[in-house]
Design a protein around this ligand. Structure first.
Ligand SMILES: Nc1ncnc2c1ncn2[C@@H]1O[C@H](COP(=O)(O)OP(=O)(O)OP(=O)(O)O)[C@@H](O)[C@H]1O
Ligand SMILES: [Mg+2]
Length: 258
C-alpha cells in the first residue's frame, strides 16, 4: 500500500481553544493510484496531506507510507503545497536543482536531472529565467519539476492549479496525467473543482464539513488515457459529476450556516 490512513484524527489547540479538524479517517491508497480529495473549505484536506508528508502528527490513529509509520518529515513524498515554494531570487534551473543539493549528487548529475525535468515540464530554454519573468502556468511547472526531480514515489498536490485560467488548467492537467502514466507514481490531489477531480482521478474522496471525515469514495469509471479537453463531453463524466455534486452540495450548504 502506498498510503494507509488508520483511524486518524487531528485536533488543533490555539489560544486554549480546541478545533477538531479531522475525525476517524480511514483510507487505503494503493501504489500508482490517482486519488482526488474534495470537500468544503476547512474540512481538513490540507491537514491530511500535511500528516502524510510528516509535517504534523495525527492526534490519534496512524498513517503509514509504504508500510512504514510516518514519524517526522517523510522524504519519500513530493509535496506541492497550497502556496508554492518557488524562490524569487533563484533562476528556474536553481529552483529545480534545490532539492538535489541536499543529496549526494555531483554537479554534473544534478545538471542532467534538472535538464531532464525541465524537458518533462516543457521549460527547456528557461533555465536562466527568474520566476518573476514567468507566466503563472510556467511558475506552476517549475514547482512541479521541483517536487518531481528527486523522484518521490508519491506526489501530494494541494490545489496546484487553482489559480490558473481555465485553458491553462487543462494543459497542466494533461501534462500531469502524462507524467502519472509514464512514471506510475501515486498521486493525491486536492481540489475545489469537481470537474478537475473527475477529469483526473480514479477515485474521488468526498469529505464532510468540519470536523472532516470521509463521506463517500466514488470510483470514476472512465478509461485512461483521458483527454482533459474532451472528457467532459463523455456521458460517464457527467454522471460522475452529478453524483459527486449531490453528495458534496449539502456539506457546502452546512458550512455556510456556521
Ligand atoms: N495550525 C493550525 N492551528 C489551528 N487550527 C488550524 C491549523 N491549521 C488548520 N487549522 C484548522 O483546521 C481546520 C482544517 O484546516 P485545513 O487547512 O486542513 O482545511 P482545508 O480542507 O485544507 O481547507 P481549504 O479548502 O480552505 O484549503 C480548519 O478549521 C482550520 O482553521
Ligand atoms: Mg487546504
Amino acid at each position: 500500500m502506498s498510503v494507509s490512513v488508520k483511524g486518524v484524527e487531528k485536533r488543533y489547540v490555539r489560544r486554549g481553544r480546541e478545533t477538531l479538524a479531522l475525525s476517524s479517517v480511514d483510507l487505503e491508497i494503493a501504489q500508482g493510484d490517482f486519488v482526488a480529495f474534495v470537500g468544503p473549505s476547512g474540512c481538513g484536506k490540507s491537514t491530511l496531506l500535511n500528516m502524510i508528508a510528516g509535517i504534523i502528527d495525527p492526534s490519534g490513529g496512524q498513517i503509514l507510507h509504504e508500510g512504514h509509520v510516518v514519524n517526522g518529515i517523510n522524504t519519500r513524498v513530493g509535496y506541492m503545497t497550497q502556496t508554492d515554494s518557488v524562490l524569487p531570487w533563484r533562476t528556474v534551473f536553481e529552483n529545480i536543482e534545490l532539492p538535489l543539493t541536499f543529496r549526494p549528487h555531483s554537479a554534473a548529475e544534478r545538471r542532467e536531472k534538472v535538464e531532464a525535468m525541465m524537458k518533462a515540464v516543457d521549460l527547456t530554454g528557461f533555465g536562466n529565467a527568474f520566476p518573476n519573468e514567468l507566466s503563472g502556468g510556467m511558475r506552476k511547472r517549475v514547482a512541479l519539476a521541483q517536487v518531481l526531480v528527486y523522484e518521490p514515489s508519491t506526489l501530494l498536490m494541494d490545489e496546484p492549479f487553482g489559480a490558473l485560467d481555465a485553458q491553462l488548467k487543462l494543459v497542466m492537467q494533461q501534462r500531469l496525467l502524462e507524467i502519472w502514466q509514464q512514471t506510475g507514481k501515486t498521486v493525491v490531489f486536492v481540489t475545489h473543482d469537481l470537474s478537475e477531480a473527475v477529469t483526473l482521478a480514479q477515485r474521488v474522496v468526498v469529505f464532510s464539513g468540519r470536523p472532516g471525515s470521509i463521506k463517500a469514495i466514488e470510483p470514476i469509471d472512465i478509461p485512461y488515457p483521458r483527454d482533459p479537453f474532451k472528457v467532459r463531453f463523455d456521458a460517464r463524466f457527467q454522471a460522475s459529476y452529478e453524483r459527486l455534486w449531490s453528495i458534496l452540495a449539502p456539506e457546502i450548504a452546512k458550512g455556510e450556516d456556521l
